[in-house]
Design a protein around this ligand. Sequence first.
Ligand code: ATP
Ligand code: ZN
Length: 760
Amino acid sequence: MPETSQERYVQVLIDQPLPELDRLFHYRVPDGWDVPLGQQVWVPFNRKLIAGWVWALDDRPPENVSTVQFLAAVDRHVRVPDDVRQLVDWMAHRYQCTRTEALHPCLPPGPRQRPSRWVMLQGTMTTEERASWGGIDPDAAAIIARLSRAAHRQMRLTTLLQPDRQAQTAAIERLIRAGWVKLEWQLPRERPPIEHKTGQREQTPSPWPPLTAEQARICEHLATASGPVLLHGVTGSGKTEVYLHSAREVLARGQRVLYLVPEIGLTPQAGARWTERFADYSVLLLHSGLKDRERHGAWHRIASGQVDVVIGARSALLAPIDRLGLIVVDEEHEPSYIQDQDPKYDAREVALFRAHQQGALVIMGSATPSLEAYWQAGMGRLQLLTMRERVTGAALPPVTMVDMRAELAAGRRGVLSQQLREAIDQRLQRGEQSLLYLNRRGFSTFVLCRECGEVLTCPHCAVSLVYHRAAQVLRCHYCQHRQAVPKQCPHCHSEAIRYFGTGTQRIETELLQHFPSARVLRMDRDTADSHGVEQVLNQFARREGDILVGTQMIAKGLDFPAVTLVGVLAADLSLHVPEFRAAERTMQLLTQVAGRAGRSKQPGEVIMQTYCPEHYCLQAVENHDYVGFYRREISIRQHLGYPPFSYLARVLFTGLVEAEVAMAAETWAERLRDQAKSIGPLEVWGPAVDGIAKLEDRHRRVLTVRWQGIDAEPLRAALQATNQAYRRLRGRPAAVTVSVAIDSAAEPRVYPPLDKAFQS
Ligand SMILES: Nc1ncnc2c1ncn2[C@@H]1O[C@H](COP(=O)(O)OP(=O)(O)OP(=O)(O)O)[C@@H](O)[C@H]1O
Ligand SMILES: [Zn+2]
């Protein structure tokens, strides 16, 4: 007798995003199967076959749990590596989402087909047998007749159940009992891993310039750094060169490199420099434009260790890359490092976690570090390295503030001040380039009725529609709704409707009035839609334009040697948004955009138009004084109890019926207030109507929660408990979605030891 083999069990994470199902289910492994951890499998669940992942192995099932034999691998080539499994567990806890939600962005697009059930005819019925069935059980006989005509004498169950589901189901059951038919699951075919074409050219790497003394000093520090580093280097100080050098050393040791940029689509220049320099390595650019097939291929290439350098936005951190030696987080201060959908992760934290897992160095670089990062450095959690000089040795460009109140008093009402116009004129005469930056945030060309004051808004979102002159339409920048420009005000029927605001298009028009022969290029959300960004940037780089006008997209990381003038229109505009980070964001944007001037031999100049030149934020930009700004701002934050001196959570409720949304928010808030009593310094503000009251037809209410504890765990626990209590409530409006986001930028980054499993 063969020895009975030990029964083996697995714990499976089911591929369903419901919080109720965010636990592990036990299945028995069929004999003779070798099931690795992380494997994606089909398992029976609620009379269906659904996908899941083997999350843990087990020798025996826990008591009182019925175990089912599990069925088959979904895709033997897709396996969640151990460290990604660990990352997912951590993210689900840290960012308050289900493990499935955290796992999905870590994997290639899943199988498109689902398993289906097939009914197959067994054996052959004689004519007499069929006749006798027909006499007793016409339904069953009809099924047999259909099956014997079908290809391979089998049919999909769903097809066979037509037209009368109930009668057919019963008939099939009778046939199964009689042994005439068999019911079987059929699994979709496994996909073979796709070869990913990288467009990797056979090329010799571009030359490495000798480092400046300052760069060399920084590289030395990095080579011996024992923890994560914050690299604060002024604009044009050559931080990228420092990253490249560190990367080269890491690669020479046989380790891998991850280079993160805020938005890959907006920084084609960044990718190019890396691919050129590391032409003899395998460099992979993960950008959002990849099609499913390409993403699949990229995932497999990374997972099989064929890629040395991965360049991408925040999600590149979730790639199955191992043997990491270096993670660079470039432009560390950018808000796009935080994902605003589940999993709502902060890439800077995830970078530290990934590095912790694999023993890699993290460099976070910026000319304008986030306040929190600089503060973390002050707390000794990041090592601060500073670069004070530009590569060229030139000084940072002088910044002049133009007081627009004086312009107005002098009777000049144009968008461009006299001083800025003269400066542009000079550049045109000298054949140099100018960059005009419109500091637009929630500010654009809107349509207003001058009689009743009505602003035209999107019918699906409570935001004003933006007028696009080229296409002569009104568009919603959130949901892309379009409509023609009305001739009359829809509210009071007056014909006095006018366009207001200063869009990039209006600036372009005014520029052309003053400088009819200038070549003006424009970059804003319109041009950015279709491959426009790269095209415009390349045109400008080839000097096919004299002036580039744009919004935030031209503020970041661009390096055009011929740009000697940067003009900023409405510098203070972004100060007035109701957000506690407004001053920080404004300082960062303005410093970054100012840093585009004079990056090569010719000296640069910056002119900023503003209505409040005396604001400390603008003063800091004028004096290139990051540290001064930091000191002032951090004391304000401390005084007001904002992050990093507290944790703020935002709970957003959305739904189609406003009354339901309001009720859900009230009920939720009440539960949380109950929780708050027992845990201490937790404040609950609201619920209030969100800044955008309605988006894509969904009404919005928001709850703000402040927690002034040392770490965010008690806050997390309270929010989670509230969510659970709320979900258990009878009669709650089920159609309202609740979404929690914690601003945890100040949290001590203490990670669990790696040898210990920390699954819940
Ligand atoms: N050692 C070097 N020798 C010659 N040129 C260099 C050197 N280091 C950097 N450069 C050049 O100086 C310019 C600025 O460098 P880089 O773009 O790396 O600066 P940065 O600090 O990343 O700037 P920013 O933060 O403003 O985007 C680039 O054109 C780069 O090619
Ligand atoms: Zn809309």
